[in-house]
Design a protein around this ligand. Structure first.
Ligand code: AMP
Length: 417
């Protein structure tokens, strides 16, 4: 299938050719005709499926063929959960619309609002924004949303996870009732379905890859280890495998800083990206990583979504995420657009419930590989893909304990979800 057969116009096709996009991805071939036809869309698509072009290309085409922006207005609005994703999605709009006479803009908090207000004076065709800053702009009378023809909610599940539900409701109240709405989400929880029911009219449903599954091309495994030896094991694996570049996830900001300091002390170029860091510093760290100046980028979950780094071979979960869905998003950083990658998780005994929840969500047990010299003192209990911890008895030390320990106890962890 070609992009032209989906109904895209020549200037866009030429731009895609210059980007070496030869054929549409699965989500693109389904979404593009639907969006061009003005339909609402509900798409289960995670990063790496090409979803951004799936909504950006037809949106740009519709905008260029009809109408123009009113001052302080936006013709289409793309709501995203994080600043990083906002930048990335806006970059995509700029790249795909390079030859089109359209005004695009990105707006998020943590940076001065004045330049954003100035840019809005003439109005924009595409506004990519995080919910909080968007509402600030409306409250400052810099932006009116009554001319929005298309609303895109990108990574809607993440938006709800980050507590944007009320902000989203406020934004919706400001939009015209008559509009096109596109909802993209990596996972489909009950909360997302409720939101979809409220927002979408007779939507075209698109499922790019089976829901709640990680990208197949990724080789995934876990290494059981004691909590206190995780950093040491990380250094060991980095050296052993000779990984060129690694994106490492750590639970806390403090943990991120500690790992970066340790790597720096060993002469390994590392930088960090987390929510408490000022936005320019986060972007700088990301740019340095993309440019290959930094070998290890250590991040908290805030940064997990929206990082688009081409050819990233390895993601290491130094800590498992608290929310199982985040595992899918994290591993989505690698193996993008068909490339193969590796996702390694360093798992300690405390994290067994998180491990079981991840295995249940992805419906696959993660392969365990013990690392010589790092076998944990605190054993990580066995898990199965049904979200259960299988407590296998240790070899009894005394004969009289043997009878009580010899049965397999299963603990249900479904409540964790
Ligand atoms: P996304 O899922 O939108 O974050 O896109 C994932 C990556 O795939 C991005 O780096 C895109 O530039 C790339 N991409 C998207 N569509 C295509 C395509 N049709 N052909 C080649 N690469 C693509």
């Amino acid at each position: 299938m070609s992009f032209a057969s989906l109904g895209l116009i020549d200037p866009i096709i030429r731009t895609l050719a210059s980007l070496s996009y030869t054929a549409p991805t699965a989500v693109q071939s389904q979404a593009i005709p639907a969006v061009l036809a003005g339909r609402d869309v509900m798409a289960a698509a995670q990063t790496g499926t090409g979803k951004t072009a799936g909504f950006a290309l037809p949106l740009l085409q519709r905008l260029v063929l009809e109408g123009q922006a009113a001052s302080n207005g936006a013709r289409s609005l793309v709501l995203v959960p994080t600043r990083e994703l906002a930048e990335q999605v806006h970059d995509s709009f700029k790249a795909y619309g390079a030859s089109l006479p359209l005004r695009t803009m990105v707006a998020y908090g943590g940076v001065s609002i004045n330049p954003q207000m100035m840019r809005l004076r003439k109005g924009v065709d595409v506004l990519v924004a995080t919910p909080g800053r968007l509402l600030d702009l409306v409250n400052q009378n810099a932006l009116r949303l009554n001319g929005v023809q298309t609303l895109v909610l990108d990574e809607a599940d993440r938006m709800l996870d980050l507590g944007f539900s009320r902000d989203i409701d406020k934004v919706l109240a400001l939009l015209p009732r008559q509009r096109q709405t596109l909802l993209f989400s990596a996972t489909f929880s009950d909360a997302i379905r409720v939101l979809a029911d409220k927002l979408l009219r007779d939507p075209v449903s698109i499922e790019a890859s089976p829901r709640n599954t990680t990208v197949k091309a990724i080789k995934q495994w876990i290494v059981p280890v004691d909590k206190k030896r995780k950093s040491e094991l990380f250094l060991h694996l980095l050296k052993k495998h000779g990984w060129r570049q690694v994106l490492a996830f750590v639970k806390t900001r403090k943990g991120v800083d500690q790992l970066v300091d340790l790597l720096a002390a060993k002469g390994i170029a590392a930088d960090s990206i987390h929510g408490d860091k000022p936005q320019p510093a986060r972007l700088r760290a990301l740019e340095r990583f993309k440019a290959g100046e930094v070998r290890v980028l250590v991040a908290t979950d805030v940064a997990a979504r929206g990082l688009d780094i081409e050819e990233l071979p390895v993601v290491v979960n130094v800590d498992l995420p608290i929310v199982a869905e985040d595992y899918v998003h994290r591993t989505g950083r690698t193996g993008r657009a068909g490339a193969s990658g590796e996702a390694v998780s360093l798992v300690c005994a405390d994290e067994v419930l998180q491990l079981a929840a991840i295995e249940m969500l992805t419906k696959q047990p993660l392969q365990r590989k013990d690392e010589d010299g790092f076998e944990p003192e605190h054993r990580v209990p066995q898990t199965n893909a049904a979200g259960q911890i299988v407590k296998k008895p240790k070899k009894p030390k005394k004969a009289k304990l043997a009878q009580g320990e010899a049965k397999v106890v299963q603990e249900d962890v479904r409540f964790r979800r």
